[in-house]
Design a protein around this ligand. Structure first.
Ligand code: PEP
Length: 249
């Protein structure tokens, strides 16, 4: 099965408005290969600006979070329906920073996922283990629980609107990248879990991205692994030249 590659950037809480627009304009000039989908995970406040800057390209926008409820008295929060009404196509859910600093549990993420999908958004669902979990050799079991509790209540039809991002926490923003063997091993495990639960057709269609210190120098080796369908990129997505190189990888 040939799956499109995805290069997704996660800008996190970075950049001024002018910097965000400039970065988006620089990326808009990239000759994106036909088999590659580019997604920019931009801060909520710059969504409109970035949409204007990339108009006429195939680049998609992702929000970096949304609330589990559709509307109501939740001061400061952003709902999935607000994002959908702004023509945002993707939302990143379950990033390890949200899990750690905002105490987002698998149960909460299951609710957020349901709400986002109900509004027609596609979900980039992050999972991954911290270093002690890997050192204890429990990384596969840990990710299995994250997926079972966060995603596996979905129907196969709903799951098709989910992209899974495997992001070992020890590799995020640390400069330490999982080796291509470590990435492929976990991605193969994830696809096997999907296959056991949903069957091989669904598992073969699912995109599984790797995240964790992806850079121009390591992207092509990581992305050439059988079950690695692209990357979710933090730091390197803030530099137009680096992210362009990753898109082309
Ligand atoms: C991320 O935060 O999703 C990420 C992968 O960050 P970095 O590429 O900087 O490690």
């Amino acid at each position: 099965m040939i799956r499109k590659k995805i290069a997704a950037g996660n800008w996190k809480m970075n950049n001024t408005q002018a910097e965000a627009i400039q970065l988006a304009r620089q990326l808009a000039t990239t000759q994106i290969p036909e088999d590659t989908l580019v997604i920019l995970g931009v801060p909520f406040v710059y969504i409109k600006d970035v949409q204007s800057a990339i108009s006429g390209t195939n680049i998609e926008i992702a929000a970096q979070n949304c609330h589990q409820e559709l509307s109501g008295a939740f001061t400061g929060e952003i709902s999935a329906s607000m994002l959908a009404s702004m023509d945002v196509k993707y939302v990143i859910l379950g990033h390890s920073e949200r899990r750690e600093y905002f105490e987002e549990s698998n149960e909460l993420l299951a609710k957020k996922t349901n709400t986002a999908l109900s509004q027609g958004l596609k979900v980039i669902f992050c999972c991954g283990e911290a270093l002690p979990v890997r050192e204890a050799g429990s990384h596969v079991a840990h990710v299995k629980t994250q997926l079972e509790e966060g995603l596996f209540h979905l129907s196969a039809d709903d799951l098709k609107n989910v992209v899974i991002a495997y992001e070992p926490i020890w590799a995020i923003g640390t400069g330490v990248t999982a080796s291509s063997d470590q990435a492929q091993e976990m991605h193969r495990e994830i696809r096997a879990l999907l296959s056991n639960k949903y069957g091989t057709d669904t598992a073969d269609q699912m995109h599984i991205l790797y995240g964790g210190s992806v850079k121009p120098g390591n992207a092509s080796e990581l992305f050439s692994q059988l079950d690695v369908d692209g990357g979710l990129v933090g730091g390197a997505s803030l530099k137009a030249e680096d992210f362009k190189a990753i898109i082309l990888a």
